[in-house]
Design a protein around this ligand. Structure first.
Ligand code: SF4
Ligand code: SF4
Length: 296
């Protein structure tokens, strides 16, 4: 049968519509940006792009191509050991397109480029610097990989002028070897977040955890404790959704009540803000959250 009919009701979402969404979508045409929002058919697109006003509208842009050098078991991105070379004009074009688009908050992310000597850190940093030069009002979040633990790369990005440094631990330590590419480790990810936090006074750090992979609640708690120890500011929780049959199975559909419980728990532990819900993705309404919790 249709697998969709077996989803819990809270995971069924309407097709994105709304005047604001349609307008932004038509603005986007011709700018040549690759948004994760569209390409992953993210269910939050009207909420994020629509925002309550344009200054908090959020989108996620993919840099450095569509082919990753890693293969995580939850991720549907294409894999190759030799992805296409970087487009040297991408930083410039991205900055110009974002200036014309007029968003309030952009998340820049990328595939992992273990084939490049610096993992693409300089390219990432250049893109951020150019965005800030051309459209200084846009708040920028970078969601990076772990640069194979090369903390100079992390610092390069963290010092480029961005507002939020995000790197996802994705899951609890015990499940990491089964969920993420074998080159990724939980401890290495903590080091990335720690180095980003130390790179610049006041920089906000952020991470995301997928639930429903078989983790125990005690393990989630331990993860939150580890993250607080290194002063991670923001955490998000979302339901793992299996992209295709070749990917890991969903172990459990976590209820909305349990997501609420994690939000309250994480706030109690001192996180600055928390997004938690079945459909939450790491960039969910990130602009609105930043404006309400950091700028005010
Ligand atoms: Fe785009 Fe992220 Fe919002 Fe989804 S959650 S629409 S990917 S910004
Ligand atoms: Fe997907 Fe990122 Fe893993 Fe690459 S490193 S396979 S883009 S989750």
């Amino acid at each position: 049968g249709n697998p969709i009919t077996r989803l819990p009701t809270w995971l069924k979402t309407p097709i994105p519509t709304g005047a604001n969404f349609t307008r932004i979508k038509s603005d986007l045409r011709g700018l040549g940006l690759h948004t994760v929002c569209e390409e992953a058919r993210c269910p939050n697109i009207s909420t994020c792009w629509g925002g309550t006003d344009k200054s908090s509208a959020t989108a996620t842009i993919m840099l450095m191509g569509d082919t990753c050098t890693r293969g995580c078991r939850f991720c549907s991105v294409k894999t190759s050991r030799t992805p296409a070379p970087l487009d040297p004009h991408e930083p410039e074009h991205t900055a110009e397109a974002l200036r014309r688009w007029g968003l309030g908050y952009v998340v820049l992310t990328s595939v992992d480029r273990d084939d490049l000597p610096d993992g693409g850190a300089a390219h990432f940093a250049e893109t951020i610097t150019k965005i800030k030069q051309r459209a200084g009002h846009i708040l920028v979040e970078a969601l990076t990989g772990d640069f194979m633990g090369d903390l100079d790369c992390v610092r390069r990005v963290a010092e480029s002028g961005l507002d939020v440094y995000a790197h996802n631990v994705e899951t609890v330590e015990g499940l990491t070897p089964y969920v993420r590419d074998r080159r990724a480790t939980f401890r290495q990810s903590l080091k990335v977040l720690e180095a980003a936090k130390a790179a610049r006074e006041g920089l906000i750090t952020k991470t995301s955890i997928m639930l429903g992979l078989g983790e125990k609640q005690e393990e989630v708690l331990d993860t939150l404790r580890e993250l607080r120890k290194i002063n991670v500011d923001v955490v998000t929780f979302g339901q793992y959704m299996r992209p295709t049959k070749r990917h890991m199975k969903v172990a459990e559909y976590i209820t909305p009540e349990t997501f609420d419980m994690w939000r309250v728990k994480a706030l109690d532990m001192g996180f600055l803000y928390v997004a938690s819900g079945p459909l939450v993705r790491s960039s969910y309404k990130a602009g609105e959250a930043f404006i309400e919790n950091v700028l005010k």
